[in-house]
Design a protein around this ligand. Structure first.
Ligand code: ADP
Length: 613
């Protein structure tokens, strides 16, 4: 891939990676926040159940308490006015109050005036007070159970008022009231893990685990409500400021994410157990038997913090993955480039090699034609002379001499035929498929084709190739290899008087080895490692027939090695004991077919040339 295109790919992929990271970050945030909130909801719900249950249990303890006073004769006598206040009744209520641990117990007559009270002997005793305006009296006077959270008008003490009608013969004659303190329960809340608060039906915080929250209001208060509170003195003129709870996101009907403003300056409050400002999950539940609602605030800031951390991790992780992907894509592109380049080079080299092989072949053909012309000219000249002589012998009637000449002519024609048939077999393109080949034939053919050169060079040829040595190959191609090796040896022996060429073949351990050895200069340190390298040559390029050698192209051994390799063999070159070069063709051995008729025509021996006349 060109650099420009690769850069363009990177340019395109970078925003994709950035987008991926952003998406992963957001998804990570959402998932983490969702999971965190679900876990928080679960624990919050448990807390809420637990706290609500304990508060309900506390309230239930006193639920039937005021009604039991209606069973007291003295109480009924007093409220109906049948008897004056019995001295013992106040003492009885006082004792009862102490035992029950309540704040106060008192009895009101039908008009709402306190007629007996547990705090009878205290200066701020209720006795004689008119409490007919108090909602718990109004409720009970109407025959219902009265329940109210309120702040006492006399001592300003907050408490829960439980009232019951006192009935006699089906008529309501008075009201009994028990005021219960919830301080005890509140104190146990100071150890809870999350802030908890209870609001009454007016949305006023009446109980809270954080003291400063008490007598604040969750809802904005309208004027008529405020006036109503002033009239009933329910909160004893507490100003009821807003708590500062801002809703953020409603998750479920009973669960909402809220933000709680911190305490105003100067009244900073540390509970030490949990934060009292920040974001919270607010979960609410109604408290049965009261008009109240309990709210548990579970701190949610951690969840958001954790979600951001996870989001960052997800973003960084996916960006990292993206970059890895990018690198991988890059690397793959690079590898593909390399592969393409290698392929291209290989193709070019192959084309160049083919061209050179072609050129090499042409050179061989040139040499061959020269040799062939030389080879045929002599018998042709002899034929000319012989036929001329024969005519003359016939004219003279010398028939014996004419017959001798004609027989000689026939021999010459046979020899020429043999030469051309040999050339034909050399030119024949081989199918290349390996088959059992008696190696003697191709070697003979190679020597035959190079006979001219051999004769001129005066090199002594020693042939030790038994007829029965066979290898699995293609005879034409083996012949080609042999020609190459013999031609190289002749090149190496050029100009030597005592040139010697030895060709041997033998089969051993399933391999057939053919060796071509000469007594030339051998292979130097420089040549040895590069012997089979294409285009490696130490010879000067042949100049139009100036040179007798076969090469100068440096392809001979490379091609020969390739041919041998194709048949599952190896071609190797080394220096012989007497200093010359030894080339070994190592091929899979083969058994020759027993039936001679299966031997193909091209395997048949070619007749050697008769000596020139
Ligand atoms: P070419 O014959 O065209 O040079 P080859 O591949 O046939 O190409 O040979 C490569 C080189 O190996 C030759 O140039 C020569 O240096 C060396 N070589 C091959 N055969 C012989 C040998 N019998 N004796 C010495 N050197 C040899």
């Amino acid at each position: 891939m060109p650099i420009a295109r690769r850069l363009r790919t990177i340019g395109l992929l970078l925003p994709v990676i950035a987008g991926l990271a952003l998406f992963a970050g957001l998804a990570g945030f959402r998932v983490s926040e969702g999971m965190g909130l679900a876990a928080l909801r679960e624990t919050g719900r448990h807390r809420l159940d637990l706290y609500a249950e304990s508060l309900e249990r506390e309230i239930d303890k006193y639920a039937y308490f005021p009604a039991t006073l209606g069973l007291e004769r003295d109480v009924l006598d007093l409220v109906t006015g049948r008897a004056p206040l019995a001295w013992g009744l106040n003492r009885y209520l006082e004792r009862l109050n102490e035992r029950a641990g309540t704040l106060s117990i008192y009895v009101l007559n039908r008009q709402g005036r306190v007629v007996a009270a547990s705090n009878w002997n205290r200066p701020d005793s209720f006795i004689g007070e008119d409490l007919s305006y108090r909602p718990y009296f109004i409720e009970a006077a109407a025959g219902r159970q009265g329940r109210l959270f309120g702040v006492g008008t006399t001592r300003g003490e907050a408490g829960y008022y439980l009232s019951s009608p006192l009935a006699e013969d089906g008529a309501i004659v008075g009201v009994a009231v028990v005021k219960v303190s919830l301080e005890q329960l509140e104190q146990s809340w100071s150890t809870v893990e999350a802030p908890v608060l209870v609001t009454d039906e007016n949305g006023v915080v009446i109980l809270a685990s954080v003291t400063s929250w008490k007598f604040t209001s969750l809802r904005a208060m309208d004027e008529p409500t405020r006036r109503h509170f002033e009239r009933t003195l329910q909160y004893n003129a507490h100003p009821l400021p807003p708590l500062g709870l801002t809703p953020l996101d409603r998750i479920a009907p009973d669960a909402e994410l809220v933000r709680l403003a911190g305490p105003a300056d100067g009244e900073a409050e540390t509970t030490g157990v949990f934060p009292v400002s920040g974001s919270f999950l607010a979960q609410t539940a109604p408290l049965h038997g009261t008009g109240w609602t309990m709210t548990v605030l579970s701190p949610a800031s951690d969840i958001t913090g954790m979600a951001w951390t996870r989001a960052a991790l997800a973003a960084v992780g996916s960006a990292f993955l993206g970059i890895l992907l990018l690198m991988w894509v890059q690397r793959r592109g690079h590898l593909r480039d390399l592969e393409r380049k290698v392929e291209e080079r290989t193709r070019n080299l192959r084309a160049a090699q083919d061209e050179l092989v072609h050129a090499g072949k042409l050179a061989v053909i040139g040499q061959l034609s020269a040799g062939l012309a030389h080879e045929l000219n002599q018998p042709l000249a002899a034929l000319r002379t012989l036929s001329g002589n024969t005519v003359k012998f016939l004219q003279r009637g010398n028939l014996d001499a004419a017959q001798g000449n004609l027989e000689r002519i026939a021999q010459l024609v046979d020899a020429m035929g043999a030469l051309t048939s040999q050339l034909k077999s050399f030119a024949r393109k081989s199918s290349g498929a390996p088959r059992p080949v008696a190696v003697r034939r191709p070697i003979d053919n190679a020597l035959f084709l190079l006979e001219q050169r051999l004769r001129r060079s005066g090199v002594a040829v020693q042939l030790e190739v038994p007829e029965d040595v066979a290898a699995l190959c293609d005879p034409n191609r083996l012949e080609q290899v042999a020609i190459n090796l013999v031609a190289n040896a002749l090149d190496a022996l050029a100009g030597r008087k005592d040139g010697r060429l030895t060709l041997t073949a033998r089969t051993e351990d399933g391999r057939t080895r053919i060796q071509v050895a000469d007594n030339g200069p051998g292979l130097s340190e420089e040549v040895l490692p590069r012997l089979f390298e294409p285009f490696f040559t130490t010879k000067e390029t042949a100049k139009d027939g100036n040179r007798e050698g076969s090469g100068g192209l440096g392809l001979g051994l490379a091609i020969s090695a390739g041919i041998v390799r194709d048949f599952g063999g190896t071609l190797s070159g080394a220096n012989g004991a007497d200093g010359g070069a030894v080339f070994t063709i190592d091929l899979p051995a083969a058994a020759l077919p027993a039936d001679p008729t299966t031997i193909l025509a091209e395997d048949l021996a070619c007749p050697t040339l008769p000596p020139p006349p």
